[in-house]
Design a protein around this ligand. Structure first.
Ligand code: DMJ
Length: 455
């Protein structure tokens, strides 16, 4: 099918021009290393493994596996993002292991997991955002206020770390993430909301900025998914999710003059009527949680998920390329469009098609497949270049400039979710798998998940 061909094209070009680098630069036909993964290389290989496997691109999967076996070096030095290494590398390796049973993926995941542990050596056990994988030294992002750690970073470790404990028999990984939860349960939440910045030294919030988009997003996602992954035993996670969603709905969910439902950002009680592309994952998250809500709330959450997904679709529909901007606003007469030049770009992000996939599985309303197909066509028209796929700098022009970057999450997430949107529901059934925030499938433990909920 078409999406499989797109994946092959993205992979083949990465392999030809950038194998062993982190991403492909499709215009200049070379590789990009960047500074997110310390000295680690091959982000696109590890992110693509499970998508290649699921799409039955057998030869390409073997090429990727061979690279992991022969060339993936974990003895590196350099400043890595704990969060990015966890969601892309650990998540990618774990999913590849669970799908194939190949030991190499498991042993690399465990070895890398060990290297992340020193980041948790702080007074509260809340990890710092940056770690040197060689020395184990860790520190906070320079841009994060007052040495704080970021909610969406330290709150997006739970799924992978429980599996690391499960596979290694070493409880330390589970202990680290259960402790994060303890700290979060202790601290007072303004209006029931979770701000984005927390001090790893005091365990207190550093700023009262709340967002379901960047800096907050996947923390909420991992609450409901932790509960699902524990086969619905981790009731603490479910309660945290239910309470957080209720507070978000009360304080952040708004309807525009034109009738579009959106989730605003909150700065110490003042609303910023803006929604980031990243926040568009929330339609899918709310859909995923809806059937497990209290009986009288179920339909309400199905409707809310559908409305948010519709708003995100509108942000695509209102652009000339039919791809959505990085952020869109609802103020001064604007509805679901970017108002600032700096927010008009699209970097092959997955969140909107992610929500289409969940909404499709929940409702089987054919419009979600139609919307997904519109995205396929737009990607082909505006992002496909001679040697791969590229992001674009302005979604509001039909002759956009390319950013010369094929993000690894395009292979891990965007193409995988599009593919699953057109598959039968039993391909990676949501009854058996949860997707980590980089779309790497992790199995739900239907038996006894030792590490998960006992502490
Ligand atoms: C991905 O790495 C993950 O989906 C993460 O949760 C958010 N950002 C990118 C994709 O946009």
């Amino acid at each position: 099918m078409k999406i499989k061909e797109m994946m092959k094209f993205a992979w083949d070009n990465y392999k030809q021009y950038a194998l062993g680098k982190n991403e492909l630069r499709p215009l200049t036909k070379n590789g990009h290393i960047g500074n997110m993964f310390g000295g680690l290389r091959g982000a696109t290989v590890v992110d693509a493994l499970d998508t290649l496997y699921i799409m039955e691109l057998e030869e390409e999967f073997q090429e990727a596996k061979k690279w992991v076996e022969k060339s993936f070096d974990l003895n590196v030095n350099g400043e890595a993002s704990l969060f990015e290494v966890n969601i892309r590398y650990i998540g990618g390796l774990l999913a590849a292991y669970y799908l194939t049973g190949e030991e190499v993926f498991k042993s690399k995941a465990l070895e890398l997991g060990e290297k992340l542990l020193p980041a948790f050596n702080t007074p509260t056990g809340i990890p710092r955002g940056v770690i040197n994988l060689g020395s184990g030294m860790s520190w906070s992002w320079g841009w994060a206020s007052a040495g704080s750690s970021i909610l969406a970073e330290f709150g997006t470790l739970h799924l992978e770390f429980l599996h690391l404990s499960e596979l290694s028999g070493n409880p330390v990984f589970a202990e680290k993430v259960m402790n994060i939860r303890k700290v979060l349960n202790r601290v007072e939440k303004p209006q029931g909301l979770y701000p984005n910045f927390l001090s790893p030294v005091t365990g207190n919030w550093v700023q009262h900025h709340v967002s379901i988009g960047g800096l907050g997003d996947s923390f909420y996602e991992y609450l409901i998914k932790s509960w699902l992954m524990s086969d619905k035993k981790d009731s603490e996670a479910k309660k945290m999710y239910d309470d957080a969603l209720e507070a978000i709905e009360k304080h952040l969910v708004k309807k525009s003059a034109g009738g579009l439902t959106y989730i605003a950002e909150w700065r110490g009680g003042i609303l910023d009527h803006k929604m980031g592309h990243l926040a568009c994952f929330s339609g899918g998250m709310i859909a995923l949680g809806a059937e497990h809500a209290r009986e009288e709330r179920k339909q309400h959450y199905v409707d809310l998920a559908a409305e948010i997904t519709n708003t995100c679709h509108e942000s695509y529909e209102r652009s000339d390329t039919k791809l959505g901007p990085e952020a869109f606003r609802f103020d001064a007469g604007t509805e679901a469009m970017a108002t600032r030049l700096s927010e008009r770009y699209y970097i092959l992000r997955p969140e909107v098609v992610e929500s289409y996939m969940y909404m499709w599985r929940l409702t089987h309303d054919p419009k979600y497949r139609q919307w997904g197909w519109e995205v396929v066509k737009a990607l082909e028209k505006h992002c496909r270049v001679e040697a791969g796929f590229s992001g674009i700098r302005d979604v509001y022009t039909t002759t956009p400039t390319h950013d010369n970057m094929q993000q690894s999450f395009f292979l891990a997430e965007t193409l995988k979710y599009l593919y699953l949107l057109f598959c039968e529901d039993d391909v990676l059934s949501l009854d058996d798998w949860v997707f980590n925030t980089e779309a790497h499938p992790l199995p739900i433990n239907h038996t006894d998940f030792k590490a998960s909920v006992q502490q």
